[in-house]
Design a protein around this ligand. Structure first.
Ligand SMILES: Cc1ncc(C[n+]2csc(CCOP(=O)(O)OP(=O)(O)O)c2C)c(N)n1
Length: 119
């Protein structure tokens, strides 16, 4: 949905919030971002699995099942897709990092530019 919004309004920055679990089951959309380069910033909340379901299981179940998941190194994943990457590792970094990301979103990376021109 965020990709469509960004492509429909290229003059306005678009920010998408996703969990690491949700992103994992929609990896193809990350590749669409890499291909179409919309003016879009993707913020991934990485809690190592399905946090909503984990919380419910912790509350109502005796044990956890299928909610603590392997997550990729998102910096490597972004690099593999030719996408820029920034990390927020402390609360006070959130505003400057998001500001930087939103300000630069959508500009073609040198890698994707050279790949396009090589075709
Ligand atoms: C297409 C689809 N599949 C499965 C679900 C069930 N589901 C609801 S919440 C959730 C976990 C989401 O995990 P994550 O995106 O990491 O967000 P978090 O809960 O950790 O914030 C899942 C799988 C869903 N809502 N939609």
């Amino acid at each position: 949905m965020g990709i469509g919004a960004a492509l429909a309004r290229p003059d306005a920055p678009t920010v998408v919030l996703a969990g690491d679990g949700g992103l994992a089951v929609h990896l193809g959309e990350l590749l669409t971002v890499a291909q179409e380069r919309p003016r879009l910033t993707l913020i991934v909340f990485n809690d190592g699995g399905y946090g909503v379901l984990r919380n419910m299981q912790d509350r109502y179940s005796e044990r956890r099942s299928g909610v603590d998941l392997v997550t990729p190194d998102f910096e490597l994943l972004a690099r593999a897709c030719g996408l820029p990457y920034l990390r927020i590792s402390a609360e006070e970094h959130a505003a400057p990092v998001i500001g930087r990301a939103v300000g630069s979103a959508g500009r073609p990376s040198s890698r994707s530019t050279s790949r396009r021109s090589a075709r």
